[in-house]
Design a protein around this ligand. Structure first.
Ligand code: GUN
Ligand code: ZN
Length: 686
C-alpha cells in the first residue's frame, strides 16, 4: 500500500525528537502546534483567520472540527462542494477531529453518542479533503474502571480498523485511549501500531490536565508511547497550555493542538510560558510581541470585547510560538532537559510531574543520545532522572578497569577540576602512579576518563549548597573506591597545597590508560573482552600498553586526538580519533574491522545489495535496516554490515536501534567511511 504520510526523525534528545512530517505533499517540522480553528468564525474584523495563522504566525498546520462542519447545512454543503482548504481559505496542512470531544463535553450522561455513525464521519472528512482525519474514538474518562476502559478501547480499536478501510487518500488518526490504566494505554498504542496506523494522538487526557494531574499525564504518555514505539508521529490531544509543552515534547510527543489561545482570550486571560493572568490583574505586559509592543493593559481594558479578545488571542499565539521555537532549538542543541527542569518550577504539580520521570528512566534512556551539548544539573533531585547518571554508574561497574596503583587520591570538591592548578596536581599524581578519583554527584569519577562526557561537561551546584541527605549519598558512593584501594587513601579538597607526589612520572603510561578506559567505557566488553584489548591487544600494565600505542595530541591543548598502533613496516594503523566536544572516540575503518571481528554490540545489518551503496559512502536509510544491536542510541559509532557479515562502512547512528527498525523513512546511519569509498583510508589487508 502506498503510504499517504511520511515521518522522518532528524535529531534526538531524551525521548524527544526533531522530525519532518509530510502528508500529501505538505511538510511541517515537528514538534509543532496546530491552532484550533472554529469553522464558524473564520472571518470578521477581529477574527484570527486561517490565512493570518499561516502568513503572520507561520502555522503550516491547523486543526478544525469536521463534526461542527457537518452539523451546519451551509458549511457542510460548501465543504463538500469546494473542499475544506477552500472553505477555510488555507493552503497548509489541515487535520480534522471527529466529534468525540463534543460527545464528551456536551453528551448528556455517560455513553451519549453524537448523531453520526463512526464510518459516516470518517467518510465525510475524506470527502471534504481533510489531510488527516480522526476516527470517532471513545473518549475514556480518568474515572473509568479497568473494565469500562477496556470496553471503550475495544470499541475504539474496532472503529479504527473499520475506518482504515474507508480513509481513501487521507491520513487517519487513531487515538490511544485506556483511561489511567497503563496496561490498557500500552495495549492501545501497540494495537494502533499493529493496525498499520501512521498517526496517533494520545486522547482522553484533557480532564487530567484540567485538574493538574500532570504526573498521571506523564505515566499516560509514556505507557502510550511504549506501545506506539518511536516511529509513529504522536499528537497530545488538547494540550495547549504552554507549561506542559517542554515535558511532553521531551517524552516524545510531536504534535499539539491548542484551542486555549482563543478560549483564554475569551475569558480575558493572557498566557505566558509559566502561567496565565487575568488582564485586570495586569498593569504592564511582560512580552514584546506586536500586540504587547503596541498596547498597554489599560488600552485593552477600554476596548470593545471583540477587539480585546482578538488582540489577546494574538498575544497568546505569539506566546505559544515562542515556546515551540524554544523547544525545537533545545532539542536540536541537546538541552531539552534543562528546559524541562526549568518548567518544574512553574507549578508544584509540574515539579511532581518532572520528578515522576524517576520511574520512566528506561523510556528516556531508550532514545537518548549518549552525549549532549551540556550537562547542567541545578536541582539534583530532578537531574538524577537523566539517563547519564545510570549509564555512568553502569559503565563504571561493568566496563572500567582499575590498574595497580600506589595511593588513591580523592578530590572531594568537584568544582575545582576546572582550575589549572588542580589539573596540574592531578596529572602529576596520575603520572606518578596514583589512582585519582573525583568525588562528584555522578558518583566516583576516575580522573583518567575525566575528559569523557559527562564528567568534564557537568556543572553541579557547589557541595555546600546541597542538602545533607544528598551529600551523604555522594560520600557513601565513594566507599567502593576506598575499599578497593591498594594503598593509602588521601582526601584533598583542591583548596590547600596538593599532596606531594612520589614517583618519577610516566606521562605516557597515564595517556595509554586514558585511551584504554575511554575505549572500554564507550564500546564496553565484547564477548568477554574489553574493547581496548580487542583494538590494541591484551595488556597487563599501562606501561606495556603505552609502548604499543602511538597517541597523537593537539599541539595547542595537549588533548588526545588520534590513536594508532605501529603496524608492520613501521606504518601507522589509525584506529580511533577523539572528539574534542565530548571526549569520545570516532571509529576509523580499521578500528571498526577489529571490533567487528570480535562480534560486537554496534552493528547495523543491511541487505548486501544496499550495503554496496554504503560501502561507497552513502548513508543508510531506516527502511533498509534488517537488524540492529539493541544498545544503539542516537550519536553512537556503528558499523554497517551485511547479512553475511561483510563490513561495508562505519558511521554515526542518527536514531536508536528500535527506531531504525520501525521507521519507514529517514536516515539510520550517517556514513563517514565506506570500505569502497575512494576518499576514505582503506583498512590494511588482514
Ligand atoms: N480532543 C481532545 N481529546 C480528544 C480525544 O480523546 N479524542 C478526540 N477525537 N478528540 C479529542
Ligand atoms: Zn505579547
Amino acid at each position: 500500500m502506498e503510504t499517504i504520510s511520511k515521518f522522518e526523525v532528524r535529531e534526538c534528545d531524551l525521548a524527544g525528537r526533531i522530525g519532518k512530517f509530510t502528508v500529501r505533499g505538505r511538510t511541517i517540522e515537528t514538534p509543532n502546534l496546530m491552532p484550533v480553528v472554529n469553522p464558524n468564525i473564520t472571518s470578521g474584523e477581529n477574527a484570527v483567520t486561517p490565512e493570518e495563522l499561516k502568513e503572520t504566525f507561520g502555522h503550516d498546520m491547523i486543526i478544525t472540527n469536521s463534526y461542527i462542519i457537518r452539523r451546519g447545512d451551509r458549511l457542510r454543503e460548501r465543504a463538500l462542494d469546494e473542499g475544506l482548504h477552500k472553505l477555510l481559505d488555507y493552503d497548509g496542512m489541515i487535520m480534522t477531529d471527529s466529534g468525540t470531544f463534543q460527545s464528551y463535553m456536551y453528551g448528556s450522561g455517560k455513553g451519549k453518542e453524537v448523531d453520526v455513525t463512526p464510518l459516516e464521519i470518517v467518510e465525510f472528512q475524506r470527502d471534504i479533503g481533510s489531510d488527516i482525519g480522526t476516527i470517532l474514538d471513545k473518549f475514556t474518562v480518568p474515572s473509568s474502571t479497568w473494565d469500562e476502559a477496556k470496553q471503550d478501547l475495544d470499541i475504539t480499536l474496532d472503529r479504527g480498523s473499520r475506518s482504515l478501510k474507508v480513509m481513501g487518500d487521507m491520513e487517519l488518526a487513531i487515538p490511544v485511549q485506556g483511561g489511567v490504566h497503563m496496561d490498557l494505554r500500552e495495549l492501545s498504542g501497540r494495537s494502533v501500531r499493529e493496525m498499520g496506523s501512521a498517526y496517533s494522538p494520545i486522547g482522553g487526557v484533557v480532564p487530567l490536565m484540567e485538574s493538574y494531574r500532570y504526573s498521571d499525564l506523564v505515566d499516560v504518555i509514556v505507557a502510550g508511547k511504549r506501545g506506539l514505539g518511536p516511529s509513529i508521529p504522536t499528537h497530545l490531544f488538547g494540550a495547549g497550555h504552554p507549561m506542559i509543552l517542554p515535558l511532553a515534547a521531551a517524552l516524545g510527543c510531536d504534535l499539539f493542538d491548542s484551542a486555549s489561545y482563543a478560549k483564554f482570550a475569551q475569558g480575558g486571560r493572557y498566557m505566558t510560558r509559566d502561567r496565565t493572568r487575568h488582564l485586570r490583574e495586569m498593569d504592564s505586559f511582560p512580552c514584546s510581541c506586536p500586540v504587547c509592543s503596541r498596547y498597554d493593559p489599560s488600552d485593552l481594558k477600554d476596548m470593545e470585547e471583540p477587539k480585546r479578545v482578538g488582540l489577546l488571542s494574538r498575544h497568546n499565539l505569539w506566546s505559544l510560538r515562542g515556546i515551540m521555537n524554544e523547544i525545537r532549538i533545545s532539542l536540536k542543541e541537546g538541552t531539552i532537559w534543562e528546559m524541562v527542569e526549568r518548567s518544574a518550577l512553574y507549578h508544584p504539580a509540574m515539579y511532581s510531574a518532572v520528578r515522576r520521570l524517576e520511574q520512566h528512566k528506561g523510556h528516556l534512556e531508550e532514545s537518548a543520545p549518549r552525549s549532549t551539548r551540556r550537562f547542567m544539573c541545578s536541582d539534583l533531585a530532578l537531574s538524577r532522572c537523566r539517563p547519564e547518571f545510570q549509564r555512568f554508574k553502569d559503565g563504571l561497574t561493568s566496563n572500567y578497569r582499575t590498574v595497580d596503583h600506589g595511593r588513591t587520591l580523592i578530590l572531594t570538591d568537584w568544582g575545582r577540576t576546572h582550575s589549572h592548578k588542580v589539573e596540574v596536581a592531578l596529572n602529576s599524581a596520575s603520572s606518578s602512579g596514583d589512582r585519582v578519583v573525583i568525588r562528584t554527584p555522578l558518583g566516583p569519577a576516575p580522573y583518567d576518563i575525566e575528559d569523557m562526557y559527562p564528567i568534564s561537561q557537568s556543572v553541579f551546584p557547589r557541595p555546600e549548597s546541597l542538602t545533607d541527605e544528598v551529600m551523604e549519598g555522594i560520600i557513601s558512593s565513594m566507599e567502593p573506591v576506598i575499599r578497593g584501594s591498594r594503598g593509602e587513601v588521601v582526601h584533598w579538597t583542591g583548596a590547600e597545597d596538593p599532596p606531594e607526589t612520589k614517583g618519577a612520572g610516566d606521562e605516557m603510561s597515564f595517556l595509554a590508560l586514558k585511551v584504554a578506559n575511554i575505549t572500554r567505557m564507550q564500546f564496553g566488553i565484547i564477548g568477554g573482552k574489553g574493547a581496548d584489548e580487542i583494538l590494541f591487544g591484551s595488556w597487563d600494565t599501562a606501561r606495556e600498553l603505552a609502548s604499543r600505542l602511538i597517541i597523537k595530541r593537539s599541539r595547542r591543548t595537549g588533548k588526545i586526538r588520534n590513536v594508532m598502533l605501529s603496524g608492520k613496516d613501521g606504518e601507522e594503523v589509525h584506529l580511533l580519533s577523539l572528539r574534542a566536544e565530548d571526549g569520545m572516540f570516532t571509529l576509523k575503518l580499521e578500528g571498526a574491522r577489529r571490533l567487528h571481528g570480535a562480534g560486537t554490540n554496534w552493528r547495523v545489518v543491511v541487505e548486501d545489495d544496499t550495503g554496496e551503496y554504503n560501502a561507497q559512502g552513502y548513508n543508510v536509510f531506516c527502511k533498509f535496516v534488517r537488524s540492529a544491536d539493541e544498545n544503539i542510541r542516537p550519536g553512537d559509532e556503528v558499523m554497517v554490515v551485511g547479512e553475511n557479515g561483510a563490513l561495508f562502512a562505519v558511521g554515526k547512528a542518527m536514531v536508536s536501534s528500535r527506531l531504525m527498525l520501525e521507521a519507514k523513512a529517514g536516515v539510520a546511519v550517517k556514513v563517514r567511511d565506506g570500505v569502497k569509498d575512494k576518499k576514505a583510508p582503506q583498512p590494511s589487508s588482514p
